[in-house]
Structure formats: structure tokens, C-alpha cells
Design a protein around this ligand. Structure first.
Ligand code: GLP
Length: 237
């Protein structure tokens, strides 16, 4: 986490010098919690003026959020982002964009989210975690590389994996989500896939060994020219 957070810190520093950097693409999940913690600790050591400049110009788009939660639901990803980045850095909801979880028409909300990202030129630096079934964002298998931002049905495995934020009960995890697709993810300038813990060892091995396929959505990342893979010892198996 230290190596990855140091690298991200350097990326953020370079972006300060760019006239119109593209927005950041951010992820949620347990993997990102220590990473955001380490990154925030580093940023807090910056000279105050530099940190203020970074925060003033901050714009990020998250990968995904659940469908059917209220906007302020503590299990939603908006609350997650406020907790891990918004509050520590003083960033407002307009700077930390996510799909709208409580839209009456989720398909329209997915389109609106896609359009607001497209209006910025797309993601610059994309952070990704890896689902145990090989998903990135909520691009559940099977999923091809051209799939765009949309409403998806979540698999039983994913609802089980993410039950922690819902009192441990997979039945309480919403059945659907809005996710950026592989299309938007692969259009990012650079991608950082972070994989930690022994629970991800099997899927990481598959990702490294197998040819790209719809059964392993993360495998399409191998077609991108600028992907960083950050792993810990446990995930290496
Ligand atoms: C979740 C999220 C992803 C996340 C991934 C890994 O379902 N939709 O954005 O990166 O799966 O989650 P975790 O880090 O908790 O293992």
C-alpha cells in the first residue's frame, strides 16, 4: 500500500502542473480503504497551499454504485467516499461524483452518468479493485471489452462478497447497480489494478495465466497499453 500510495501521490503532484487534467477514476471496496488512508496521510504532509490547490481542482468519478439505496444510505458508495476521502480532504459531493443510487429511472441515470464523464473527456488515472469472480467495477462475467456504462444485475457471489456493508446479510445487498463499463475503463489514460489478500490469489493467478475472455472481465485490461498491477504477498499465493 505504501508503494502504491507513494506512486499515486506523485501522479497527483504531476497533475497539479497540467492545465486541464482529466478526472480521476476511483474505486470502492475493502482493498481501497488502506490505500486511501495511506494516500490521505501523505497528502496531509504537503505544504498547505499545494494541498488546497489539489483539493480545489479535485474531480473524480467513481466506478459504480448500487441501485435502490437512498442518496445518504451509509451502505452506499457515496457515504464510503465521503468517509475515506471527502471528509479527510474537505471534498464536496460535486467533486466526488458517483452514479445516482435513488433514481426513479436507473437506465437514464446510467446514461446521465456516462454523459457527464464523457463531457470531461473521460478518466485520466483509473484505480481498480478486483472482484473474486474477476469483475472490475460491477462488470460481472460474462462481459466483453465494449460494454459501456449501464445498469447491471449483481451475481450471488458478488452480493455475498459485499455483504459486509449490509450487516453481513447478502439478501440486503441490492440486486442491481450502475457501473462504468470496460469501454470507459479501457479509455482511461492509465490504470492501476490493486489486488490484496489471500482471498484474491486464485483469481489473480487466472488473470495472469489465462487469455482475455468474457468469463474474466478484468482480463481485458491486458489490452490496455498502460496498466499497473499492485499486489501484496498474500495475493501472490
Ligand atoms: C466490488 C466493487 C469494486 C471493488 C471490488 C473489490 O464489488 N464494485 O469496485 O473494487 O468489488 O472489492 P473488495 O476490495 O472489497 O474486495
Amino acid at each position: 500500500m505504501q508503494a502504491c500510495s507513494r506512486h499515486l501521490e506523485q501522479c497527483l503532484l504531476h497533475r497539479l502542473a497540467e492545465p486541464n487534467p482529466r478526472p480521476l477514476g476511483l474505486a470502492t471496496g475493502r482493498t481501497m480503504e488502506p490505500l486511501y488512508g495511506a494516500l490521505v496521510a501523505r497528502l496531509k504532509l504537503w505544504p498547505q497551499e499545494q494541498l488546497q490547490q489539489l483539493c480545489r481542482h479535485w474531480l473524480s468519478f467513481n466506478l459504480d454504485d448500487y441501485v435502490g439505496l437512498s442518496a445518504g444510505d451509509p451502505s452506499g458508495y457515496s457515504a464510503y467516499m465521503q468517509k475515506h476521502l471527502g471528509q479527510p480532504l474537505g471534498l464536496g459531493p460535486q467533486q466526488l461524483r458517483l452514479p445516482q443510487p435513488d433514481a426513479v429511472d436507473p437506465e437514464a441515470a446510467a446514461q446521465a452518468y456516462q454523459q457527464s464523464l464523457a463531457a470531461t473527456g473521460g478518466v485520466g488515472l483509473q484505480l481498480l479493485g478486483l472482484g473474486s469472480n474477476g469483475h472490475v467495477g460491477f462488470n460481472e462475467p460474462p462481459c466483453g471489452p465494449l460494454m459501456a456504462c449501464r445498469v447491471v444485475q449483481l451475481s450471488a457471489a458478488t452480493r455475498q462478497q459485499n455483504a459486509g456493508l449490509f450487516g453481513g446479510d447478502p439478501q440486503r445487498v441490492p440486486e442491481a447497480a450502475i457501473t462504468l463499463g470496460l469501454k470507459e475503463i479501457l479509455a482511461a489514460e492509465e490504470i492501476h489494478l490493486v489486488v490484496t489478500g489471500s482471498g484474491k490469489a486464485a483469481i489473480l493467478k487466472k488473470l495472469l495465466d489465462d487469455e482475455p475472455s468474457e468469463q474474466l472481465p478484468a482480463s481485458w485490461l491486458r489490452q490496455h497499453p498502460w496498466v499497473w498491477l499492485w499486489v501484496d504477498r498474500a495475493a501472490m499465493g
